[in-house]
Design a binder for this molecule. Structure first.
Ligand code: AMP
Ligand code: MG
Length: 336
């Protein structure tokens, strides 16, 4: 009988350090995530990296416990090679190189954005979707065409999740309450009634969110409107913008599935908007389950397997992190 093989994936692009373990058939055996929550303010890359270094051993141990396998059963080490924050990426890459050297197994550097799409496909059954990937660091509309995941639209400045997070911090909300900022904004928005006119900025196939954020924060400081109405209006405006470019890309590509993923995919209002346009175009709407939507190690493990199966490995001397590694730069040999 063939020896069982597993891939261990390490995710560390931003605030989360995560270890996932997948087998060659895409069965996820573990997906342990440790989030760095700053005392105050946004993510400081060096502080987040320090968190990752501190929790790495515990997260690894827990992943092996969950997977019920031994270290020696790992046959590939995959890691998030980019895009992301330098210190955070380097911490994950260092752990990955050390493990690969110790076990004497191949290393596979994975593009974080590709991994979000692949785990979304694996966990929803989508085969060839148009994907809206919205998170703390990325806002991308993408679909596969001629060997690569092409970017049809994206943010020209800040990411959608970041826009919600900054607004929540300005409003004095605290993540210590246990909910992500975006989820808090969603909850408060549910009580909003009045749609306040805010800057709606779609440029061609791209969106710009920083003007919207500034305008909403300025109104917050003037105390003219309730926080409920501001959250509601911010969500309606920002989500309409990403929905508009997603719909246009759907019309152009004529894909039959729309996949929503990334941390912001948990938002019910955004889900309903994307579902609506998907149905309008006779496409299936799919949303990745939350633990596979947020930054997670399982997506890196699974994409590591897809790449390895098609002859992709990353020699240590080429395993430097790529802070600005764009989605469409990556060749995808596993899709014909
Ligand atoms: P990620 O970068 O993929 O780990 O996702 C984190 C982002 O998702 C942060 O910006 C969160 O505020 C955001 N997020 C999490 N839950 C929700 C939600 N229910 N609605 C909107 N944004 C959310
Ligand atoms: Mg995150």
């Amino acid at each position: 009988m063939m020896k069982k093989s597993y891939c261990l994936g390490i995710e560390s692009t931003a605030d989360d350090f995560s270890v996932g373990i997948s087998n060659f058939d895409g069965k996820i055996l573990a997906n342990v995530i440790s989030a760095y929550i700053p005392e105050k303010g946004g993510i400081h890359p060096r502080e987040a990296a320090r968190h990752h270094a501190e929790v790495a051993d515990k997260v690894l141990e827990e992943a092996f416990k969950k997977a019920k396998i031994k270290l020696k059963e790992i046959s590939i080490i995959a890691f998030s090679q980019g895009p992301g924050l330098g210190p955070c990426l380097r911490t994950g890459a260092t752990v990955a190189r050390a493990l690969a050297a110790y076990l004497n197994v191949p290393l596979v550097g994975v593009n974080h954005c590709v991994a979000h799409i692949e785990i979304g496909k694996l966990t929803t059954g989508a085969a060839d979707p148009l994907t809206l990937y919205v998170s703390g660091g990325n806002t991308i509309v993408s679909a596969f065409d001629s060997g690569r995941y092409r970017v049809f639209g994206e943010t020209l400045d800040i990411a959608l999740g970041n826009c919600l997070d900054v607004f929540a911090r300005e409003a004095g909300l605290s993540q210590r309450a246990g909910l992500p900022f975006g989820a808090m904004v969603e909850k408060i928005a549910g009580k909003g009634k009045k749609l306040i006119p805010l800057p709606y900025t779609v440029k061609g196939m791209d969106v710009s969110l920083s003007g919207l954020l500034t305008a909403t924060v300025n109104l917050l400081k003037q105390s003219t409107y309730s926080l409920e109405d501001l959250c509601y209006s911010l969500q309606e405006t920002a989500f309409s913008m990403v929905t508009e470019i997603t719909e246009r890309a759907l019309t152009h590509t004529e894909k039959k599935e729309v996949l929503l993923t990334g941390g912001v995919a948990a938002n019910k209002r955004l889900q309903s908007m994307i579902k609506y346009i998907a149905e309008e175009h006779d496409a299936n709407f799919c949303v990745a389950p939350t633990q596979f939507s947020i930054d997670n190690g399982a997506m890196i493990a699974w994409t590591g397997i897809l790449a390895y199966r098609h002859g992709v490995t990353t020699p240590v001397e080429k395993s430097f992190v790529r802070l600005k590694w764009r989605l469409e730069e990556v060749a995808i040999p596993w899709i014909k």
